[in-house]
Design a protein around this ligand. Structure first.
Ligand code: SAM
Length: 340
């Protein structure tokens, strides 16, 4: 039997879902201006999935073909018990890729264990300027993030740094952020600002597209393509990656990447499914339809959840079609509520 035949999660466009992104909480210790509408209420505690419920749903998803898990939020490390949960997931699923998206402020005491669990971390970091960091996130925690980044890099953990690209802001940050990849084997990736959430600060003028980010990077470095290096496409994900060559001819240890989530959508090959903190399946960031699994699990059990997931996957849209039809924000919920 080939890979696709074994995968139960095949959508109507022939895409096999192999990647589940789980939002473990919608709460965060930072309040990045572009991410969370501050008037949006948090999900009430009783509506949040218990870790044991997440484990059941993850076990089911793995049995249906999921091979990679990402824990995100909100801030995953802000939820009490997250590391115990992660340990149990690793024990139950030794062969599965474990990934975490984090702001890097709360994970210091867990770094060694994250390495042992082979859990890769994507750090979200939009600036290396302390005042600017405090302005964007509402907290003066850049030194903690940089100390944690250094420790993880020092332990040889594969690291990705993600920055949201905003015209008039990120253009000033680009040289310093990308330079992180010069001496360390870190992938520094700029993500196009997505028009997410009703209260989003997203505007056309803040949007800094792929082509312009690329041109800005080329003012500082020669970009050496490395898409065909030895990491497979599933691992590389939607990022386009380059090595940087500086004016002295030195080649970077890490890579510079661009994720064109708006201009060149990678929806045709999307293999993702999302589980929100309150137990809804979402098949696309840009699609507001949700398939509730929390209550189904509580009332009918895990086999009923299998049917809901299958149904959801059958309706997985091509997200760029939704984007093309819209002129403003495309989803009602912000990234922190869905799980970025
Ligand atoms: N708290 C964690 C963190 O900071 O990485 C995980 C959750 S956060 C919502 C996940 C990612 O979504 C972050 O990298 C953040 O920068 C990104 N993000 C939030 N809003 C976005 C938007 N409108 N467009 C693009 N990326 C966005």
């Amino acid at each position: 039997m080939n890979e696709l035949a074994r995968n139960e999660l095949l959508d109507a466009h022939g895409r096999a879902v192999r990647y589940l992104r789980v939002s473990v909480t919608d709460r965060c210790n930072l309040s990045c201006r572009y991410c969370r509408d501050k008037d949006m209420p948090f999900i009430p505690h009783e509506s949040i999935l218990r870790f044991e419920e997440m484990e059941e749903i993850i076990g089911l998803a793995v049995s249906m073909g999921v091979r990679k898990l990402r824990f995100t939020g909100g801030e995953p490390f802000a939820r009490k018990g997250f590391m115990d949960f992660l340990r149990r997931i690793r024990l139950s699923h030794p062969g599965i890729g474990l990934r975490i998206t984090s702001n890097g402020t709360l994970l210091g005491q867990h770094i060694e264990e994250l390495k042992e669990l082979d859990a890769m971390v994507n750090l979200s970091l939009d600036t290396l300027d302390r005042d600017r960091f405090a302005e964007i996130t509402g907290r003066d925690l850049l030194p903690e993030v940089l100390a944690n980044l250094d420790r993880m890099a020092g332990l040889g953990m594969p690291l990705k740094v993600n920055a949201v690209a905003m015209r008039g802001h990120s253009d000033k940050e680009l040289p310093a952020l990308a330079a992180l990849a010069m001496d360390r084997p870190i992938d520094v990736r700029f993500i196009e600002f997505m028009p997410m959430g009703e209260g989003s600060i997203w505007t056309d003028s803040l949007f800094w597209p792929y082509a312009e980010i690329l041109a800005a990077a080329r003012e500082h470095w020669e970009l050496v393509p490395c898409d065909d290096d030895n990491r497979n496409a599933e691992e590389r994900g939607p990022a386009k990656l380059w090595k940087l060559r500086d004016r002295e001819g030195r080649l970077s240890a890490g890579r510079f990447g661009l994720i064109s989530s708006v201009t060149h959508s990678f929806c045709q090959s999307c293999n993702r499914l999302r589980l929100t903190a309150d137990g809804q399946i979402r098949t696309c960031l840009y699609d507001d339809r949700e398939w509730p699994v929390r209550d189904v699990l509580r009332k009918e059990g895990i086999e009923a959840v299998r049917r809901v997931i299958t149904e959801a996957v059958a309706h997985k849209p091509i997200g760029s079609d939704i984007l093309a039809r819209s002129s403003g924000p495309v989803a009602l919920k912000s990234m922190s509520a869905i799980g970025g």
